[in-house]
Design a protein around this ligand. Structure first.
Ligand code: VGL
Ligand code: ZN
Length: 211
């Protein structure tokens, strides 16, 4: 595949808490770090996202234990904008868990986009928060810079990569997921649903060797 100057690599949430041993560990999450470093060298434009939650964030199961007797990590509850899966406390702002994996090496990355920083709205997608309305500003940034095709990698395939890809495609960017440079959280059905959602949105999945 021939890369173009209008392409950007979007590296989603390669942070310590999503690595084996972290607060919201993704199995084998660290295996993609060297692969992402290699991929990034091929792109003129690289953007990193960083999940960045305040304490008592709406996505933390512990935030809801007073009001939802059985609020447990990995269960879904209804909040003011619809369903929200609950998670262990993770990527709390300015903690070591929120830092990028120490081996992630992309010195030419041009933007670090933080998301999920509002206590009352989670944000899986790099474009829109989980109310599916509040924009992050990324679409405007990309359009203003004439970056029209997006390649996505990082964590996790079935949450933040999935929702970023769908929103990116819906907002008019040609969006491609580099599957072997992602790993899933893997809740019941989450990978199958993601495969289907990406296919329905006409989002291509490729391998890092295709680039
Ligand atoms: C993510 C769950 C909660 C992700 C972030 O990066 O996919 N998943 N917060
Ligand atoms: Zn999060």
């Amino acid at each position: 595949m021939q890369l173009q100057p209008t392409d950007a690599l979007l590296v989603i949430d390669v942070q310590n808490d999503f690595m084996p041993g972290g607060a919201l560990a993704v199995e084998d999450g660290d295996a993609i770090v060297p692969r992402i470093n290699t991929l990034a060298k091929k792109f003129d434009h690289v953007i990193l996202t960083q999940d960045w939650h305040p304490t008592q964030h709406i996505s933390f199961a512990t935030t809801h234990t007073a009001t939802h007797a059985n609020a447990q990590p990995f269960e879904t509850i209804q909040v003011h904008y619809g369903p929200q899966t609950l998670w262990p406390e993770h990527v709390v702002q300015h903690t070591e868990g929120a830092a990028f994996h120490p081996d992630l090496h992309i010195p030419h990355a041009e933007l670090i986009l933080r998301k999920g920083f509002r206590r009352h709205i989670d944000s899986y997608s790099a474009f829109l928060e989980n109310d599916h309305r509040t924009p992050s500003g990324l679409a405007g940034y990309l359009r203003e810079r004439n970056l029209t095709r997006l390649f996505l990698c990082g964590l996790a395939y079935d949450f933040c990569v999935r929702y970023s890809a769908i929103d990116g495609q819906n907002l008019g960017f040609e969006t491609i997921v580099i599957e072997d440079a992602t790993r899933p959280v893997n809740l019941p059905n989450s990978v199958a649903e993601t495969n289907l959602a990406l296919a329905n949105a006409k989002i291509r999945r490729i391998q890092s060797t295709d680039i």
